[in-house]
Design a protein. Structure first.
Length: 589
């Protein structure tokens, strides 16, 4: 354990002397108030420390003590439903200890030491186990079974294990190695946040993370274990998109990181999530959620740690075989914390003052996502999908954080303030967004939803792109200059926008759309377009076709429950054909 003294204080950066025996990324306690910090640079015996608490009042000569351990998180029963700050301090326990305002130097363990959990073993004495093997389970919440795994680097024969009620620090099993060394396993293990948890094999992203949001699933899908970025200006609906994904995405566990966002936005999350019912199980959404709150008024340096804290917890649940979705809101605030610390360290700035290593740090974070086979003799398949919100100043995605993120992620949902002002939500711009997973998941969609899925998607995208080109002509010469087929294209594209892509997050039926219904909705619009195109060829006036009464029923189809959609679809198609037939039989034609 290394001890030194403060030489200089510059905001969250503290320079300490006499720290020759300390290591990079060691956790240190600063001053007699024991503020928590982390060594981020070493020069001889001088250490640069980023302090995760307010440093006002500190001065030269005060003591600094290294713990000798890197910044780590506690992993075990009690994580689900908890609300932590950026360095995994439980905010509810801190409130009990110090009131509504965070006091400096509070030392409270992340997981409660006095709660007893019922442990059920799934191996027997005499069995051989290795790192990553599950030795037993704990029913953590009504819907989450917490697997207790053998810690990394431990293998051997189980010499003792017993069912019972234990705290997280009690020994539940003993493993003896071949040389006689004994390891006492508890319900909890620790892991350094800056090191990714190991796995046996990374799998290719072949299946989608189904979200129930039509613009995402149909046009720009994200794979299970994939990474996506949601950049958008103020008021474009980033937070609502992330809430929808947290609620509806096909994930067993949700990790939500409020990194540097406004306090009142985080308050909404903290108030809403316990009230929201998990649609799959009927229990509170908090029964499968971990929240990490590090708002804009909390110490800047802790933002940097909060991202790593969240993804380490997510990897832990991934190793159990769960599908985990991590929401980071937002990585721009995390990058601003990097910029501030870089400036204090007097490093050479890169573009717009961000450090030159911004891109590599972002890559280190996003690359920890993936669909993997876990360690252990009985390998499990788990997935960690990462969705990062980016808040570019003024909505300008040419700034460094957005550009560095785009070079890494494979899905880009571009939120558009113009669409948001027109009250089109989710405000994902279909012309500037993209997903690079579409081709790898084509086989899955065609075999699991409908053989025609990708063909329908292509037709929808083609109509939207052609509409954009036609709109430019309309602006120049007016609607009357367009040919009848082009006017019909505009009407079909309007139907796609208003009846398919527009989705009401607060409507009971429309908030979530299963894949089968999404396919039926796409097919309905395409059928309308094709039937009308054929009628045009038979000299029916386009003005009559675009005002067919059946258009109203197509628009209302999104509110039809999934169990009634087949019948409604058949009725709409019959009505459409009859109305077109009636038009043709009129004397005008």
């Amino acid at each position: 354990m290394s001890k030194g003294t403060i030489r200089k204080v510059a905001g969250p950066l503290v320079i300490a002397e006499g720290m020759r025996d300390a290591n990079m990324f060691d956790v240190v306690r600063v001053s007699s108030q024991r503020l928590i910090g982390e060594i981020i640079e070493m020069h001889g015996d001088r250490a640069s420390i980023q302090v995760y608490e307010e440093t006002s009042g500190l001065g030269p000569g005060e003591p600094v003590e290294s713990t000798g351990y890197p910044l780590s998180v506690e992993l075990g029963p009690g994580l689900i439903g908890s609300i932590f700050d950026g360095i995994q301090r439980p905010l509810d326990d801190i409130m009990k200890a110090s009131g509504n305002n965070l006091h400096r130097g509070v030392e409270i363990p992340a997981l409660k030491r006095d709660v007893k959990w019922h442990f059920v073993p799934c191996v027997h004495e005499g069995e051989i186990v290795e790192s990553g093997d599950i030795i037993g389970t704990v029913q953590e919440t009504e819907i989450v079974v917490h697997s207790i795994m053998v810690a990394n680097g431990v293998s051997g024969t189980v010499s003792s294990i017993a069912e019972g009620d234990y705290t997280i620090t009690d020994t539940v099993a003993t493993v003896r190695e071949s040389d006689g060394t004994e390891h006492h396993l508890s319900l909890m293990q620790k892991w350094p946040v800056r090191v990714g948890r190991p796995y046996r094999e990374k799998l290719s992203p072949e299946m989608p993370l189904v979200t129930g949001q039509r613009v995402i699933d149909a046009l720009f899908p994200i794979a299970k274990g994939g990474v996506a970025a949601v950049p958008g200006p103020f008021g474009s609906g980033k937070t609502v998109v992330q809430h929808q994904l947290a609620k509806w995405a096909e994930a067993d566990i949700v990790i939500y990181i409020g990194c540097g966002e406004r306090g009142n936005e985080m308050t909404d999350v903290l108030n809403e999530f316990p009230e929201l019912k998990d649609p799959k199980t009927g229990y509170s959404l908090m029964e499968r959620t971990v929240l990490i709150a590090n708002t804009s008024d909390m110490p800047v340096a802790a933002r940097e740690a909060s991202i790593y804290t969240g993804i380490t917890i997510a990897e832990y649940f991934r190793d159990m075989g769960y599908s985990v979705a991590l929401m980071a809101d937002s990585t721009s605030r995390w990058a601003e914390a990097l910029r501030e610390m870089s400036g204090r360290l007097e490093e050479m700035p890169g573009e717009e003052g961000y450090p030159a290593y911004l891109g590599s740090r972002l890559a280190q974070f996003y690359e920890r996502a993936g669909r993997v086979r876990s360690l252990g003799s009985k390998s499990r398949e788990g997935a960690l999908s990462v969705i990062g919100a980016v808040s570019p100043p003024g909505g300008d995605i040419s700034e460094p954080v957005s550009q560095a993120t785009l070079r890494i992620v494979k899905v880009f949902w571009s939120l558009d303030s113009g669409l948001a002002y027109r009250r089109h939500f989710p405000a994902v711009n279909w012309l500037t967004s993209y997903s690079l997973y579409v081709d790898t998941m084509e086989k899955w969609f065609n075999s699991h939803v409908h053989p025609d899925w990708m063909e329908c998607r292509s037709q929808i995208m083609r109509l939207l792109q052609e509409e954009s080109e036609l709109q430019e002509i309309v602006k120049l010469v007016g609607m009357d200059a367009l040919s009848a087929p082009d006017r019909l294209k505009l009407e079909a594209a309007r139907s796609i926008r208003e009846d398919f892509l527009h989705q009401d997050a607060f409507h009971e039926t429309d908030t979530y759309t299963p894949l089968e219904k999404q396919y039926t909705m796409m097919k309905l619009v395409i059928d309308f377009y094709q039937e009308c195109s054929e009628a045009l060829g038979r000299s029916v006036l386009v003005e009559k076709l675009v005002t067919l009464p059946v258009r109203e029923r197509i628009g209302r189809f999104k509110y039809v429950p999934a169990d009634q959609m087949k019948q409604e679809y058949d009725e709409i198609i019959q009505t459409m054909k009859k109305e077109i037939q009636d038009l043709e039989q009129k004397e005008d034609y």
